[in-house]
Write a protein that binds this ligand. Sequence first.
Ligand SMILES: *Cc1c(COP(=O)(O)O)cnc(C)c1O
Length: 223
Amino acid sequence: MDILQNLNQIRNSIPDHITLVAVSKTKPASMIKDLHIAGHRDFGENKVQDLAAKAEELPATIRWHFIGHLQTNKVKYIAPFVHLVHGVDSLKLLRVIQKEAAKNNRMISCLLQVHIAQEESKFGLSKEEVIELLGSGELASMQNIKLAGLMGMATYTDDLEQVRLEFQFLKRIFEDVKNKFFSDQTSFCELSMGMSADYKVAVDEGSTMIRIGSLIFGPRNYH
Ligand SMILES: *Cc1c(COP(=O)(O)O)cnc(C)c1O
């Protein structure tokens, strides 16, 4: 399988302004290296330990996206280098990211994860919870956090019309929140939605960042 060809095929099928995050979870560093040599820079991992190990081994020019559920006690392992944390879903987690970012004397960009799927199991905030979090005022005091937008995962289903409705719902929340809380800032600009099975729908519906794993690297082997 030619992973570079897979990546280029997706890259060429989406507008230039959309960030393509290559989700390399469970895949060896050598595969990441191959894409990095070809010029790709954005990679996503969902386990802190794997991310930290790969970051240590691979070039510092890689922009690492954390796309999993981040536990507060593990923030410190990725705070020195992480480029964007996609799945933030509590003020408690933001406080810890702020603390660790300050220790490392850097800004950490974060996306709030919104629950848009029908499944109970997916993480994320409701629209009301997003508004409550942003309205709390505490965020404004977090000097080392840059809130860059929202992230969501649609229901895992073949019904792409349902998926489309969920992405439309997320896009609406994104626009509402942007107008309400970030109208004077350009920094709240990312909408991370779309995976291998549904990225075309996501791009249609206004995604700025897609997270693609299996379509680039092939199926994952969990063990
Ligand atoms: C694994 C994962 C992806 C990529 O999934 P594919 O279906 O393999 O493209 C995207 N986003 C998140 C949050 C993931 O955990």
